[in-house]
Ligand binder design. Structure first.
Ligand code: ZN
Length: 94
């Protein structure tokens, strides 16, 4: 059995990869006002493209985990990203 530490590292790797691919496709983007924080790009095509890419990568054996795990990592990344920039939202007085 793999150690817990190894397992956590592997899952973190999947999360990082999911975020990286989401950024590549514009589903996660830097705030257009401050360029500091990462926010939801509100770009559904980007999310779809991400699912398609990680599925292809999984089929090529490039994902260190199951298809379910990497798809979960993508969903999780989108669920955790800020919808609005935490700084700019405050500056705009909303
Ligand atoms: Zn901002």
């Amino acid at each position: 059995m793999p150690s817990i530490d190894h397992e956590i590292g592997r899952l973190e790797g999947l999360d990082e990869h999911a975020i990286e691919v989401l950024k590549t496709h514009g589903a996660i983007a830097k705030c257009t006002d401050c360029g500091e924080h990462e926010v939801n790009g509100l770009y559904n095509e980007g999310v779809k493209a991400t699912y398609a890419q990680v599925t292809r990568e999984f089929k090529r054996g490039e994902i260190d985990g199951s298809l379910e795990e990497i798809l979960h990592a993508v969903r999780n990344a989108m669920a955790n990203v800020n919808i609005e920039c935490p700084d700019c939202k405050r500056d705009h007085g909303e």
